[in-house]
Design a protein around this ligand. Structure first.
Ligand code: PGA
Length: 254
């Protein structure tokens, strides 16, 4: 049986009040699922300014809360940044690192991302480590090469033992926010590559797919042998769509 995880990345959406309302809806809908059947782990990742409110709403529920990024240092003169220890202190259990929007708009490198992973782990947070190729890279047939370089660089710095504490997310950049998800075959192919690469180092972690996951395509994507859930952007902002994706993940666990 696969243990499935569905994480919602709310990106730069929701004020604290809106986030609390959305989180309450997610708690209600996800909480109704399952009964005695196993359900997927659920993580929601609102903006920093909404973390406190969402932690309050989800306290004593099965819904976990994560941040969307963290700084690699614990404190210091880093205007505008937020450390892993601050994220932990507010009550989060997870943090997304290396999202393609951070790589693109904040010029984050694999080396920097690895140091964020270490900072997160030092605080007991579970890093959700994102990798993925651009459209140009896929069309140039270098997807495997790109993913391998990203993961090997991170793995070398983080080390296999610590990497084992992470979740990996495969997010093809061309599929993010475009409505053009990878096909189940495309996703599974890269997930298998990632799983094999990590297995060589003795690392066996859940690998989530991200990029235009919807209530409609989730079940097909989740059928892939190495697909252990999803990192969901747009569809995670609608509680019913997100809950349907969580249900599709749960169905893989029965
Ligand atoms: P999307 O975003 O589901 O809106 O494509 C996914 C992500 O960026 O994590």
């Amino acid at each position: 049986m696969k243990h499935m995880i569905v994480a919602g990345n709310w990106k730069m959406h929701t004020t604290a009040a809106e986030a609390a309302a959305l989180a309450a809806e997610v708690v209600t809908l996800v909480g109704k699922q399952g009964g005695t059947a196993p359900t997927a782990d659920v993580v929601i990742c609102p903006p920093f300014t909404s973390l406190d409110a969402v932690v309050a709403v989800t306290a004593d529920t099965s819904v976990h809360v994560g941040a969307q990024d963290c700084h690699h240092e614990h404190h210091g003169a880093f205007t505008g940044d937020v450390s892993a220890s601050m994220i932990r202190a507010v009550g989060c259990s997870h943090v997304i690192v290396g999202h393609s929007e951070r790589r693109r708009y904040h010029h984050e490198t694999d080396t920097l991302i690895a140091s964020k992973v270490l900072a997160a782990l030092a605080e007991g947070l579970v890093p959700i480590v994102c990798v993925g190729e651009t459209l140009d890279e896929r069309e140039a047939n270098i997807t495997t090469q790109v993913i391998t370089t990203q993961l090997e660089t991170i793995l070398q710095i983080v080390g296999a033992e610590r990497m084992q504490q992470c979740i990996v997310a495969y997010e093809p950049v061309w599929a993010i926010g475009t409505g053009r998800a990878a096909t189940a075959e495309q996703a599974q192919e890269v997930h298998a590559t990632i799983a094999a690469l990590l297995a060589k180092a003795g690392v066996h972690v859940p690998i989530l797919y991200g990029g235009s996951v919807t209530a409609e395509n989730a079940a097909t994507l989740f059928a892939g042998a190495d697909v252990y859930g999803a990192l969901v952007g747009g569809a995670s902002l609608k509680a019913d769509a997100f809950a349907a994706i969580v249900a599709a993940a749960g169905a893989q666990m029965q």
